[in-house]
Write a protein that binds this ligand. Structure first.
Ligand code: MOS
Length: 737
């Protein structure tokens, strides 16, 4: 079905429904016992060989010569791929294809220059260091801020928001607004830093390729591999039952998969490869840094009359995707005159791509701090300012919201957090040597829906098997899908066999963009609806009146065992969901409010987060426990964005200096105090049959801004350059004088 009309009452609305309950992860035991197999852990056979990537050591230029002779003589080496012996491949944006070793050109530091395959990983790595590459270096453009003059307007393309939006007369309205704020924020280059390194194992049988690979969107990945290797899609199989996090870094096919596939075909042996932690930073994607100018003009009461957001981000000259940081600025607050623009700077550094709420995560670091600055300027409470600017319809599209409870989240959060104890004047609250402050920020993230399919089969033994090429990247997909199927067929969860992570199963949306649960879950729901109708038909019952419970179907006082209805072969049904008109007729976002309390050392500027609360609304919550965990994870990302994370680019050579987890800092336990996340009840009948909304990226959106605003409240330092490290706070610490 396509989402063309609001959803009425359905089986999930039963107050006793298992959907929503805090069911433990059904794959928890597999994970803690090591039985869950990840990409690198598949089939270790004697014929398996191991590949190691040789990275280009310059930012831009070409390979003048490459000497592999010593490496070829090194023990165990069976193949060295370079641009000289690698077959031609299909091309496209990094969403569509990932050709490797195509020619002598080096487009970015870390681009694979060779791939050494040996009998063992250690032999491959040792030989890789013997490959001698002679480069011809040319000048490259590496740093965003020093190349803004090359910014251009990215082309409008399908699957990506339009770079520009304009309503009314922004320039005129801003110029004549009684209160004006014009501020520029910068956010750094960031790395996904997922736990599991990228890994792939390629096995060929004739002209059929099987890739065990860590990938978030298998159906899309299957197409990208087929396009790159110029082979029919049906001859490519991707398998990925467990993935150790992705955060966007595994949305698309990366070099590990293609290199392994090409080498395995040449050798006619399985090839396994994993990127080292250090290689991940350059060989795969990162999030672009941004420069964001926000302009807010209000009347004397703080009602926004003009809102503008200009965003600069960078990417390779061959890529057109940009950091969509102004997306929420288009919809979050009122204002008759609006202008948002995204500009792209061509840079010769690795591929910039989606990472942890692409757009919103960094866009709201700017917008939600600007709102705090505006509140201070107007002498208004920041929550009051947001209430004054709450729209009744989408201010750009002039369509209703599917559901929107931002104010409820702000007010409930304020009550739970003790917001009334906040002193609005910065630098007033001290606890020993610590200056203490509170901050708030709105959370908001788009709610997409993507085409997804599912198949279910009920066997005579009472087991329901569901199959989808969906992935579980650690978010709890296996568990929530089990809950949906269990509820729909009235079976206990242990009667459900959930099979994910294989492109042999029906094509699925995959895990990304906060669309996974809604899309795959709705496809599964649809398949279960069809199976219910079939079972009712077999029982001679009206499907509308039938109830499913305890392995039975009941209607009109009659009851039958499901297992008696399915026959010897079992009974199957297919399901499908597709986006429809409700995505155009309704403005769809999930919402929330972040609250943070921080302490700033009045002498050293050291910043400590003391407590944090997120209150969210995201339609039906499919599992209270996994949803809360995911929201908290997102909030922890927010801590990293506010205080720690950032790749340091060497502007001379175009490489990321801190390319490991010792120096690319993400929050650790000591950085994360008491955090809670709460979901307020909500059902969204316009979003999808589950009435849920995406939560994957809601937790991070706005989270870091709450910390930044708390830092301002604590000590009066308004740092507009993320991350907010102590050196930046020191320059403005009022107690310094
Ligand atoms: Mo997400 S950045 O779509 O994994």
């Amino acid at each position: 079905m396509d989402m063309n009309a609001p959803i009425g009452q359905n089986a999930l609305d039963d107050p006793k429904s298992i959907v929503g309950k805090p069911l433990d992860r059904i794959d928890g035991r597999l994970k803690v016992t090591g039985a869950a197999r990840y990409a690198y852990e598949f089939a270790q056979e004697t014929t398996t060989t191991y590949g190691y990537v040789v990275e280009a050591a310059i930012g831009k230029g070409r390979i003048r010569s490459i000497d592999t002779r010593a490496a070829e003589r090194s023990p165990g080496v069976v193949l060295i791929l370079t641009h000289r012996n690698t077959p031609g491949q299909g091309t496209g944006s990094h969403h569509e294809a990932h050709p490797v070793l195509t020619d002598a050109n080096v487009n970015y530091y870390g681009q694979p220059a060779a791939f050494v395959v040996a009998e063992t990983f250690e032999q491959a790595r040792a030989a890789a260091y013997l490959v001698r590459v002679d480069y011809e270096r040319v000048a490259g453009k590496y740093a965003l801020e020093s190349n803004l003059k090359y910014a251009g307007s990215p082309p409008a393309q399908e699957g990506q928001p339009h770079p520009d939006s304009a309503v009314g007369d922004f320039t005129g309205a801003f110029a004549s607004a009684p209160v004006q704020l014009d501020v520029t924020y910068t956010t750094p280059l960031q790395s996904h830093a997922m736990m599991e390194p990228h890994a792939s194992m390629a096995v060929w049988e004739g002209d059929k390729l099987t890739l065990h690979t860590a990938n978030q969107m298998l159906s899309q990945g299957q197409e990208a591999v087929a396009r790159t290797l110029k082979m029919p899609v049906e001859n490519v199989r991707l398998i990925s039952p467990f993935i150790g996090g992705g955060f966007g870094g595994k949305l698309w096919v990366n070099a590990d998969a293609i290199l392994a596939a090409i080498a395995a075909r040449q050798l006619n042996r399985p090839v396994k490869t994993a990127l080292t932690r250090q290689q991940i930073f350059h060989v795969t994607t990162h999030r672009s840094d941004t420069v964001q100018r926000i302009r807010l003009g209000t009347d004397r009461d703080g009602r926004i009359v003009a809102i503008g957001h200009d965003v600069f981000s960078g990417n390779l000259p061959s890529e057109q995707s940009f950091e969509t940081a102004a997306m929420q600025t288009r919809t979050l607050y009122v204002g008759a005159n609006r202008l948002t623009r995204h500009r792209l700077v061509p840079l010769d550094i690795p591929i910039a791509s989606s990472m942890r709420a692409p757009g919103e995560a960094v866009g709201m670091l700017a917008l939600e701090c600007a709102m705090d600055e505006l509140a201070a300027k107007l002498n208004l409470d920041p929550i009051d300012l947001r209430i004054r600017n709450e729209p009744t319809e989408d201010p750009e599209k002039h369509i209703p919201y599917s559901s929107r409870h931002l104010i409820a989240c702000l007010q409930e959060g304020a009550k739970r957090f003790g917001w009334d104890k906040r002193n609005p004047k910065p630098g007033q609250v001290a606890d020993g040597r610590w200056l203490v402050g509170m901050g708030v920020a709105a959370a908001s993230r788009g709610n997409p829906l993507r085409t997804s399919k599912a198949n279910v089969r009920l066997d005579p033994d009472g087991i329901l098997t569901a199959k989808m090429a969906m992935t579980d990247i650690g978010t709890g997909t296996y568990t929530i899908m089990t809950q949906i199927a269990a509820e729909m067929l009235g079976l206990p969860p242990d009667r459900i066999r959930m099979e994910l992570g294989d492109t042999r199963f029906p094509e699925a949306a995959g895990s990304g963009g906060s669309f996974g649960a809604a899309s795959a879950g709705s496809a599964l729901f649809d398949a279960c609806e069809t199976l219910r109708a079939k079972l009712a038909g077999a029982a001679g019952m009206d499907p509308k009146a039938a109830r499913f419970a305890d392995g039975n179907i009941e209607a009109g006082g009659r009851s039958k065992r499901l297992t008696d209805l399915v026959g010897n072969a079992g009974m199957e049904a297919d399901g499908e969901i597709g986006p429809g008109t409700t995505l155009k007729d309704f403005s769809q976002q999930s919402y929330g409010a972040h609250f943070a309390e921080v302490a700033v050392d009045m002498d050293t500027g050291e910043i400590r987060l003391r407590r944090m609360l997120g209150v969210f609304t995201a339609g039906r919550i499919l599992n209270e426990k996994t949803a809360r965990s995911q929201a908290i994870g997102g909030m922890v990302f927010g801590i990293g964005a506010a205080l720690e994370e950032g790749l340091n680019l060497d502007p001379r050579f175009g490489h990321f200096v801190n390319h490991d987890l010792a120096e690319y800092h993400v929050p650790v336990h000591a950085d994360v105090p008491v955090i809670d996340a709460v979901f307020l009840p909500e059902l969204d009948t316009k979003s999808n049959p589950l009435k849920s909304k995406g939560i994957g990226e809601l937790g991070i959106s706005g989270a870091g801004a709450a910390l930044a605003n708390a830092i301002y409240n604590a000590c009066g330092a308004r740092v507009r350059d993320y991350p907010i490290t102590l050196d930046k706070v020191l320059t403005v610490l009022p107690v310094q004088a």
